[in-house]
Design a protein around this ligand. Sequence first.
Ligand code: N01
Length: 549
Amino acid sequence: MSQQPGNSGATEEYDVVVIGAGVSGMYALHHLRQMGLSVRVYDGATDVGGTWWYNRYPGARVDGPGSPFYCYTFSDELMQEWDWEETQSEQSAVLEYLEHVADRFDLRRDIQFATWVKDARYDEAAQRWTVETDTGVRASARHLICAVGALSTTNMPDIPGIHDFAGECYHTGSWPHEPVSFEGKRVAVIGTGSSGIQAIPEIAKEAAHVTVLQRTPQFAFPAGNRALTPEDLADARENWEAIREKMYANMGGFPHDGSKGSALDDTPEERRALYESLWQRGGFHFFLDLYSDIAISEEANASLADFVRDKIREIVHDPETARKLLPDHYVICKRPILEDGYFEAYNRDNVTLVDLREDPIERFTPNSVITQSGEHPIDMLVLATGFDAISGTMLRLNPKGRGGVSLGERWQDRFHNYLGMTVAGFPNLFMIHGPGSPGVFYNMPLGAERQMDWIGHCIQHLQDRGMGAVEPTTDSEDAWANEVSAIAGATLFPKTDSWWTGANIPGKPRYFSAYLGGDIYYQRISDIAKDYAGFVFEPVQDADEANAS
Ligand code: N01
């Protein structure tokens, strides 16, 4: 029933509006089309890719378990025909894959690019969502799917004078599409998370000087990137069915058998031997093949943290710089990072480390950054300062639910939700990778598929029963919050400051909001879909509207 899109002033009508054309939104569109629904997708970018469209900074690569298993699983043909080149694919390679997916499944015809959704409101009488965009489009849909990304709202540091800085300034999460030259420039980088640690060695190769402004030293592990051989790909293709089964059964959604037992059952020598072999191998195997209690037992955690600190001391020549680089939080409980030449970069003459804990930034001037110890003249500022993660983009959208109550009002103290996908008072609204779901703790393309399959099932259930709206109860939200917290509470994650706990954003509710438990989560949501316990279904209120959708 969709009307020709455009901005004629008339309200366009769809069954579903999807916000976001990244990995999740692209699959959502494909899946909903397969269900026979009319769908419109809006995205602020000029093409598909989401995070992979925005994060073009030098050194940007998959820094999780890599290719060929960071991919969609819904199409066997796609798996058979796409040639990945490296285990830790570059940003451009992942984007190329997503562009191929868009071509292959003809996705772009239902996506409106360069269009920012600036308002989303639920109409209780019509049981429909109305969205308005910055391009003047007004669209109405029975369902609203927010595929807005867990890491898409950039965190811009509020530092005195930063807006006075007159040189080039780029955030890694919204990097320019035109090439950026560092040649002959004095560059300051704020931030040593995954983005900063990937970018710093690359920038250092070209820049006259790099000043790294570090607030928290990080545990980083060798990326172990390598070319995928024709044999690797042939093996993955031949065994794809079994591999996919393994991915479904694995805690993190990767084709892996699971971790070893307790670190405390091994002697210190045995532990070191394992850590050393994993260090030499590199890649996310470090975490997948690790003991199961590193994020649970303080003693187990300390054994790995000590090992990595020794490695940093070994790699970095200057003892004073090495000292500043030694992390003092629980290893793995702040997002562990894969690096390629990061610690070695500090052995270069053109890289200086400023430890902001000892030497804080006082202010920026048009051509320098002034820290307590003195002035650092710079030509360029790179902000690798991360994101208002997991909840930030939903709050920026700030949809208005029943009674005009905004998500911002409902989420003041915590990110109330049920199953990480739905929110009481926001009927027919679904989130992919929202707070309360495994999100960033799971293979994200696979997680998006599995959540979207669940959402599709829920929409079908609603239609089959002739219902107009579905939403969770606040009791089910509370029970879910307890379940999420109980699982996290058994680990060291909530005790560690990180973007996982919201500690990087001033004023953000500080708690661990992800569902740790991977495959258990998918079992839980599949059980709940048998009778939709915890949800309320509302009959269609307006027959005309019902017929119209
Ligand atoms: O962001 P981060 P990121 N003054 O939040 C510092 C994914 N990712 O973009 O630790 C000074 O990790 C902040 O300090 P602190 C991946 O999941 C994926 O690097 O909060 N410093 C930290 O050092 C990753 O975990 C890929 O004390 C300030 C840094 O900035 C996630 O995205 C690639 C500051 C931010 O680190 C986020 O990574 C890259 C301030 N005011 C990222 N504010 C791929 O797979 C912040 N910092 C390709």
